[in-house]
Design a protein around this ligand. Structure first.
Ligand code: 13P
Length: 254
């Protein structure tokens, strides 16, 4: 509250929805919000095969399009890889980087994530950088050191120019898909910490970087998080798969 940071509601569909379902969903969202102004900027991040079709439906609307991951490089002999350049060409303006599921299931480390942030920027995509501690780290009261490491790791790979364009999403791993959430004030403290760490590298801009909360966000609990002064929106998985729930969350004010 009281700041001028952009506010976001980002739908991360993960590995859900066919091309047909994604297209129909996007069409329905655009139809429902026509002529209205949502309180939070709405963004949809569908699967890679649905990106183009969803982008076509969203074109000219207030909803923006993001991808869920990018690979390094531009074009080349890298079977199975999708570069930021190709995602941008397919219509994405944003890309999620370093989601805990990428860190956990695809062995992505801090170094690679820093490189991906740099690559996203070079590909004209704005990165949504995810950070968060595991349940074990949370129980051992290591949240601060984990978040500090994850944010500082970006500094060696991504330029100040690139860092100025990021959104950060604080997603405690133990809260993702579990129905468990941290106290909103705890999440707020972590968001404040993230901005403080960013200020070491981009002192004049850190205050303008949006920091979101993610992990079991729903229409029932989102207002608690958006009421916190350092939290500028939400990154939502499961509850973003239904039009009704998504639109409710996109229109919540703090
Ligand atoms: P859930 O909202 O399903 O807990 O997922 C959160 C998430 O990982 C968003 O990126």
């Amino acid at each position: 509250m009281g700041n001028t940071r952009e506010r976001f509601l980002i739908a991360n569909w993960k590995m859900h929805k066919t091309v047909g379902e994604s297209r129909a969903f996007a069409r329905e969202v655009v139809r429902r919000i026509k002529g209205t102004t949502l309180r939070n900027q709405l963004m949809i991040c569908p699967t890679a095969p649905s990106l183009w079709a969803v982008g076509q439906e969203l074109s000219g609307s207030q909803v923006s399009l993001g991808a869920q991951n990018l690979d390094l490089g531009r074009e080349g002999a890298f079977t199975g890889a999708t570069s930021g350049y190709l995602l941008h060409e397919a219509g994405a303006k944003w890309v999620i980087v370093g989601h805990s599921e990428r860190r956990q299931y695809f062995a992505e480390g801090d170094d690679l994530i820093g490189q991906k942030v740099a690559q996203a920027w070079e590909s004209h995509l704005r990165p949504i950088v995810c950070v968060g501690e595991s349940l074990g780290e949370y129980q051992e009261a290591r949240t601060i050191s984990v978040i500090t490491r994850q944010i500082e790791a970006l500094f060696s790979k991504a330029t100040e120019e690139a860092l100025r364009t990021i959104i950060v999403a604080y997603e405690p791993i133990w809260a993702i898909g579990t129905g468990e959430v941290p106290q909103p004030s705890q999440a707020n403290n972590v968001a404040a910490l993230i901005r403080k760490i960013l200020a070491q590298k981009i002192p004049d801009d850190a205050d303008n970087i949006p920091v979101l909360y993610g992990g079991s966000v729903s229409p029932k609990n989102i207002h608690q998080f958006l009421n916190e002064p350092h939290i500028d929106g939400a990154l939502v998985g499961g509850a973003s798969l239904q039009v009704e729930e998504l639109l409710k969350m996109a229109d919540i004010s703090s």
